[in-house]
Design a protein around this ligand. Structure first.
Ligand SMILES: [Mg+2]
Length: 301
């Protein structure tokens, strides 16, 4: 008897690592522009002048903490095991709660610490119908890079990774879109239209279709005005602009992050998304050396 077994997609570990480094760099760079560190006027002036934030330590936030958890599960198990991912998110949160997690994660993740499998019950209860926030999108780019040889698998694995915390269809669609963008970037095939075509119908995809029609000659701050800059912390307010700047600068990570920062809003998260997508292709080697010196190191070998 011949037993048919599915052939696992070849994991592109190097692309996933590049994406993770880019995501963490975007997160830590973007965080510098938060009102906590600079008032809006100062941030606008410094970003327009492309003046590197002078602080010596750029800490990454929840975006990177959760991306590390996704990466860890892929590294150990080769695919998204949802209960193990839930446990990993909960342990990561418990170890360092001061990373700027959103309200929903403060409610959900402590509950998963004792009973990781309870995400099935608790995640859909968040905000009456599940979170449609940008949290599933902000952490998923390395997964897209990991499975980049198989775009169907990228979408399925992204959905599995999202549902552990973000049960609302828009929260899931945000993750599918960003993972797909990272996969296409890894392959050198990134277009906004192709990301939209592989994103489930809804507001996230509608935003991507608007982004696909927006010329790259548009000033990034204007694009953020039109597409959303994440200030509502929703996937449909976040993903389109971050994918637009990634596609606009797909061979230049530093330029991509400056353009994304121009949008302000939820700027650590928009920059984390853009950084994860572009970094999957470029790596971080060509950004100014002081950026890498200042960015908090990743706790992986
Ligand atoms: Mg954050």
């Amino acid at each position: 008897m011949v037993t048919m077994t599915a052939t696992p997609a070849r994991a592109d570990r190097e692309a996933a690592r590049r994406s993770l480094e880019g995501l963490a760099l975007g997160d830590a760079f973007g965080e510098r522009w938060f009102p906590l560190f600079r008032d809006r006027e100062q941030a606008v002036d410094e970003i327009r002048a492309r003046r590197t934030p002078e602080e010596p330590d750029w800490h990454w936030t929840d975006d990177t903490a959760m991306a590390l958890a996704v990466h860890q599960v892929l590294d150990r198990f080769g695919e998204v095991d949802q209960d193990r991912l839930a446990a990993c998110f909960a342990l990561t949160f418990d170890a360092d709660q001061g990373r700027g997690y959103g309200h929903g994660m403060h409610l959900l993740l402590p509950r998963l610490l004792d009973d990781p499998a309870s995400w099935r019950r608790h995640a859909p209860e968040l905000f009456d119908g599940g979170s449609l926030g940008n949290g599933a999108a902000m952490r998923v780019a390395p997964l897209g890079a990991w499975f980049a040889t198989d775009l169907e698998l990228v979408a399925r694995q992204a959905e599995l990774s999202a549902r552990v915390t973000h049960a609302h269809p828009e929260g899931v669609a945000g993750a599918v879109a960003v993972a797909t963008a990272a996969a296409l970037s890894t392959r050198g095939e990134l277009t906004i239209r192709s990301v939209a075509d592989r994103t489930p119908p809804g507001l996230v995809r509608d935003g991507l279709l608007r982004a696909a029609r927006l010329p790259f000659t548009t000033a990034p701050w204007k694009a953020a005005d039109l597409l959303g800059n994440g200030q509502r912390i929703r996937a449909d307010d976040t993903v389109a602009f971050a994918v637009w700047t990634a596609a606009r600068h797909q061979e230049d990570l530093a330029a991509a992050l400056w353009s994304t920062a121009e949008g302000l809003g939820d700027v650590d998260t928009t920059c984390a998304i853009t950084g994860g997508i572009v970094g999957a292709r470029t790596g971080v080697d060509k950004v100014p050396p002081e950026w890498l010196q200042r960015r908090e190191a990743l706790p992986i070998g």
